[in-house]
Design a protein around this ligand. Sequence first.
Ligand SMILES: Cc1ncc(COP(=O)(O)O)c(C=O)c1O
Length: 375
Amino acid sequence: MQDFKADFSLASGSYLLSHSVGRPLKSAEQVFSKQFFAPWQDSNVEPWQQWLKVIDLFCFNLAKLFNGRIEEFCPQVNLSSALTKLVMSLDELNDKFGAKNPVVLMSELDFPSMGFALKKALPQGCELRFIPKTLDITDAAVWQSYIRSDVDLVFISHVYSNTGQLAPLNEIVEAAKSKAALTLIDVAQSAGIVPLDLGHLQPDFMIGSSVKWLCGGPGAAYLWVNTKHIERCQPKDVGWFSHENPFEFDIHDFRYHPTALKFWGGTPSIAPYAIAAQSIGYFADIGSDKLRGHNQALIDIATEQLAEVFVSPMQESRRSGTMILDFGTKQQKVLEALQQANVNVDLRSEGIRVSPHIYNDMADIENLIAGIKRI
Ligand SMILES: Cc1ncc(COP(=O)(O)O)c(C=O)c1O
């Protein structure tokens, strides 16, 4: 059995914050140096040919992880920006966006930045309709009751960051298709820990990043566009790398790139993608089922001793990679005790967030439980 722990840079203690920033691979620095600095430092040859191979690898590894096609992925800076670009490209895609009052459905539990971006990017007159946070977002029936025939686009967080809940993706996408609504999935909190097979599910769009469970650092986000929509999307925020031939340089002739790279823009950054491409490849090789299995097994062990403080779902089909623990008035005390025990977790509105990854083991869960039991 591979010693995954040995592959990562881990300080002493128990790092359980992979919902925030995943640990870097030990090889990340060397890979970064080879792919980013070496082509730039080691010769007078202009480095772009080498640098652009980094982006090819980034898209290739994403396609492997999510079972999508390479041409369906486009690098993005972060999810908010990807969302803005996508929404602004949709007027040609869906006739309803040209008509009055299109409706976009999302949840009050979505990451706030997604709501901010949608509000600003959607056409005037568009209704942003929220599923209230008091409803159980893991319940397919809740989604089915909100996906009515006037809904045009359904925004779905695969995983909700503050509640540890998992969205019933299959049922939501099916319900949306039955009402001819588009689906857009946010995988920021699920990529690298919850399996998602795009080829099988066939949603319309997906946005994600590499900084959390994919351990690829900030700045290497991505947009995925289902092949059937690529041609009709008309991004507004373009640049020479969105052009069919970036090196044509005819100011009077802009033609969209034939792949999802039409969403790329001006001169791209390379550095974040060099780190992320390798990391995504590492996780794609392990496979999401194995990653999920290990994560859920560690959560299961924690539930045996901490059941009474669990506020995230207990049922595997409804829970994400993160467990949320609520200690009521003792919340801050528990957090401090864990800090003293060198157990790294954080606190959000619903409770203390704990995320065991492939580099965590039984000893980390034992440290967590021992730290808690001190209070
Ligand atoms: C569910 C979810 N979506 C999106 C984001 C981040 O969006 P952005 O990349 O625009 O910062 C986060 C960050 O924590 C998140 O948890």
